[in-house]
Design a protein around this ligand. Structure first.
Ligand code: ZN
Ligand code: ZN
Length: 434
């Protein structure tokens, strides 16, 4: 019996020795790499306040025209068409005309809803209680060449107005605005205005009437490169519809606990929405409103400790991550540490599907410091003390938990989480560097 036991122990010891001898030479490269310095970031998440499990996703168009300006259809026809196509929120924004209520009586007969019908639309009659509401006091201020949509402010620009005077006037009256179909090469002007006026919450990145031009998106990236991380500029997607056949291509999905005027404004101001178009340039032109199987974002989770952002979505093929006008990664997850040189002061994602494209709002990126992999306690050397800290964390000893930079320094294998393989890597590194 005793001899058998001795033999068994011997075999095990030999096996361990062989394993050790074979594995260490292979580890030389990774041990050297593992001493590299990595960045730590603070990620400003515009969706931080969103409870994805509970909140509703409400479809909104913030730019449409009627016979009150150069549109072909009456307000009544446009409102009914948006209601028919499943919208939850609509802003009628005629040129240089303040849209007040949808049941007004002081205009041409039969051009607006009756009060009875307005109530039905508001409470979701025929739509299982899913009502559609208006963004009040909306206007496309169009006296200057740069058009501006204003909301919640009862004013109309007059001859001689400028983009800046319109933004300023709306802000003075307590409203908010967004810049429409931006003019190429005017980026510098827009940046200055965004930095000066907090009430100008964003800019159209998609405008169907103007053909969803690529330079709208480029313009947005150029602005973000200059204003982020502290001044986010939200991207809006609108039909700019002038007739019924232009209804339902571009829209915004507002993430809100309930569809109320107050919540809509909060979403517009804080970027708790994403922009969508059903028009896909790389595929076929989707028949608007027929399917609505655009990429739906189900969850976005940001891990500040691990520098990762993960998107869960439906109806999509790929997710691209953009920083400084460049696609730097494809996939549902990004680890900022893999793109030290490519990442600027923001990152955003676009989700491409066969039936549409969805755009997240930009995440602000603040580079906090550099840390050395393995130097968990931050004393400047990778030592056995670090090994003990990592071991304590993994064993949950004395409730010892690594957080923030400490946790990042422990992620030896850069997988986005810390586990026993990081401990093994750290052990190997310590043995090699002796
Ligand atoms: Zn316009
Ligand atoms: Zn317009």
């Amino acid at each position: 019996m005793i001899n058998f036991f001795k033999v068994k122990v011997c075999i095990i010891l030999i096996a361990i020795l062989l394993y050790t001898l074979t594995i260490y030479p292979l580890e030389e490269t990774s041990a050297k790499e593992s001493t590299k310095t990595i960045g730590n970031y603070e990620i400003i998440n515009p969706y931080k306040s969103v409870n994805w499990d509970v909140y509703g996703q409400y479809k909104a168009n913030f730019h449409s025209h009627t016979t009150e300006s150069d549109g072909k259809n009456s307000p009544k026809e446009m409102i009914e068409n948006y209601y028919l196509k499943g919208y939850d929120i609509l802003a009628i924004t005629d040129h240089d005309f303040v849209s007040t209520t949808w049941d007004r009586k002081d205009r041409k007969p039969d051009h607006y809803l009756t009060t009875k019908r307005l109530n039905e639309v508001n409470v979701g009659f025929g739509r299982n209680g899913r009502g559609m509401i208006s963004v009040p006091l909306s206007n496309e201020q169009s006296m200057p060449i740069d058009h501006l949509n204003t909301f919640w402010c009862n004013f109309n620009n007059s001859y001689g107005a400028t983009l800046e005077s319109n933004i300023a006037q709306c802000e003075k009256l307590g409203g908010i605005s967004h810049i429409n179909h931006p003019i190429p090469n005017h980026t510098k002007r827009y940046i200055d205005l965004f930095l000066k006026y907090p009430s100008c919450v964003g800019i159209e990145i998609l405008n169907w009437k103007h053909g969803n031009k690529n330079n709208f998106i480029n313009n947005w990236d150029n602005i973000l490169s200059n204003t982020m991380p502290h001044r986010p500029v939200w991207g809006f997607s609108n039909d700019d519809s002038h007739s019924l056949d232009e209804v339902g291509v571009n829209f915004n999905i507002m993430l809100m606990p309930k569809n109320t005027e107050k919540n809509i404004r909060f979403s517009m101001e804080n970027g708790t929405f994403y922009a969508v178009t059903l028009y896909v340039k790389y595929g076929h032109k989707t028949t608007p409103h027929s399917k609505n199987s655009y990429p739906v974002i189900k969850n976005i989770s940001v891990n500040d400790d691990m520098n990762t952002i993960i998107i869960t979505a439906e109806n999509y093929d790929t997710i691209e991550w953009i920083s400084n006008n460049k696609v730097i990664e494809s996939g549902h997850r990004i680890n900022l540490n893999n793109y030290e040189n490519e990442i600027g002061n923001y990152i955003r994602a676009q989700i491409k599907g066969p039936e549409g494209l969805s755009y997240t709002q930009p995440f602000g990126i603040i580079k906090k410091s550099n840390i050395v992999l393995g130097d968990i306690n931050g004393d400047g050397v990778v030592s056995s003390t670090d090994y003990i800290l990592l071991k304590k964390h993994l064993n949950g000893k004395d409730g010892y938990i690594l957080k923030g930079e400490k946790l990042l320094a422990a992620d030896f294998n850069n997988t986005g989480s810390v586990n026993s393989s990081d401990l093994t890597s750290l052990k190997r590194y310590l043995l090699r560097s002796k």
